[in-house]
Write a protein that binds this ligand. Structure first.
Ligand SMILES: *Cc1c(COP(=O)(O)O)cnc(C)c1O
Length: 446
């Protein structure tokens, strides 16, 4: 099969998959999962044909997908993919740009610069910040925290790039007791041992308590949260950031999904967050763009550009070239699907998307309360955290609902006990899907 026919065949199969997505079980059934055994081949000596490979992938792969691109997927705060973002992604594949810098790809550099400006505008963060489009909130947190440490050390007269860490002044790191594992992972990779992290005590809602804040100084990085992963709670940014500013500490905000509240009628939840030094957020969660699309934002643009610099004699570029703001050198133009999402949603569309999910979450929480569930969090964002009676009942209800196919959602541990964690973050989810989920939960509980 010629290239063009092959691509057309792939597009047709992709279209057919999407046309069936509403009926696709949120989690693949046993038969579909057993079907994956066909892929357990040895590496072929002679390559197979491309058309047959595509057919195999679709026939045996598609049924075994989780329908995270469907309307009834309520797991992990991940969203489906917006049509405009998916369409841009398709075209990008044909372009095959190595989006390191303007010299590598004028179109990618131009659009990612615009996407960066629009993001700062949508999230109302300092407009002169650097914006790096990385693979994930994890990777972007790594970039931001690298810049943070390098800057704090420079203020102590230490050249991190030249002299590294051995003998360097100690940088303290404060994280919330409820810090996300991705932030811990980034810190671990950067050489901040987990035992040395200072845990800031939280209140009953899981927010850092400003009255019990550990000592801050000009050698401290403090990591705050916009959207705690279970509850969707926000740290009280105003007093915390004020204290950090006074102490000349570096404030980083993990806003993987919650930062988008700032672009909605829930903006007040993020009050003061603009005073931080760096922020991370995902495109691939609440903005509903394809994986892997995330953003590192740094108030001091040079701090990020210097920490992530990858200029070589054969490849020099400006400080705002994406290879100088992200971990990757060769990279996909992951800012372009984000550009397409922002262009088609507009400011009002983003607000509508976020508000709709928050309203649905509130509706679901009310419904579940009425049917005797314990709603464990204050539901003002897109997260609903529930239990029913004892731990055994909670686990049984989850399995029963998953078996009905009414939706997929995960379980978590909250304040020492298992809970069900339901996230509303897919543009495809309609009210009827939430009604169906509520009914299935009520019925399973009995
Ligand atoms: C998902 C998530 C992360 C990690 O994001 P990735 O893009 O998956 O690396 C970090 N923090 C919070 C609060 C999250 O929800």
């Amino acid at each position: 099969m010629q290239e063009i026919e092959l691509i057309a065949e792939a597009d047709k199969r992709a279209r057919d998959y999407l046309a069936r997505i509403d009926g696709h079980p949120p989690f693949p059934d046993q038969t579909a999962r057993d079907g994956l055994a066909i892929f357990a081949e040895a590496l072929p000596e002679q390559g197979h044909d491309a058309a047959g490979t595509l057919r195999m992938l679709d026939i045996h792969g598609s049924p075994a997908t989780t329908a995270s691109n469907g309307p009834r997927y309520f797991g992990f705060v991940v969203g489906a993919t917006l049509p405009a973002a998916a369409a841009a992604e398709r075209l990008l594949l044909a372009w095959d740009q190595c989006a390191s810098s303007y010299d590598n790809s004028p179109v990618a550099a131009t659009l990612e610069k615009i996407a960066g400006r629009w993001l700062l505008d949508a999230l109302d963060l300092p407009r002169s910040s650097a914006v790096g489009f990385g693979t994930s909130a994890t990777a972007c947190t790594l970039s931001c925290l690298s810049a943070a440490r390098r800057s704090l050390l420079a203020q102590q007269g230490w050249d991190f790039d030249r002299d590294g860490l051995i003998g360097a002044p100690e940088i303290r790191v404060i994280v919330s007791e409820t810090v996300h594992i991705a932030v811990k992972k980034a810190l671990r990779l950067l050489g901040f041992g987990t035992a040395r992290l200072i845990a800031a005590p939280v209140d009953a809602h899981g927010r850092i308590d400003p009255d019990r804040l550990p000592l801050l100084d000009d050698r401290t990085i403090i990591c705050l949260q916009a959207g705690e992963v279970n509850t969707g709670e926000f740290d009280p940014f105003v007093p915390l950031i004020e204290a950090a500013r006074k102490a000349k500490a570096w404030v980083h905000v993990d806003g993987a999904f919650g930062l988008w509240a700032r672009a909605s009628s829930r903006r007040a939840l993020t009050e003061g967050v603009e005073g931080a030094d760096s922020w991370t957020t995902d495109g691939h969660k609440w903005l509903n763009t394809p994986y892997d699309g995330a953003v590192a934002i740094c108030r001091d643009a040079d701090a990020l550009a210097q920490a992530m610099n990858a200029d070589a004699v054969y490849a020099t570029a400006s400080g705002d070239a994406q290879k100088n703001l992200t971990l990757e050198f060769s990279r996909r133009a992951r800012g372009i699907p984000i550009w397409a999402a922002l262009r088609t949603l507009g400011r009002s569309g983003i607000a509508e998307l976020v508000d709709r999910h928050c309203n649905e979450a509130e509706w679901l929480a009310d419904r579940l309360r009425e049917t005797g569930f314990d709603v464990l969090n204050r539901v003002f964002l897109n997260q609903v955290l529930v239990r029913c009676g004892d731990d055994e009942c909670t686990a049984r209800v989850r399995q029963t609902v998953l078996d009905t196919g009414a939706g997929w959602f995960g379980s978590t541990i909250w304040q020492g006990r298992p809970a069900l964690r339901i996230s509303l973050s897919s543009w495809r989810t309609q009210h009827e899907d939430v009604v169906r989920l509520a009914e299935a939960l009520a019925k399973a509980k009995g």
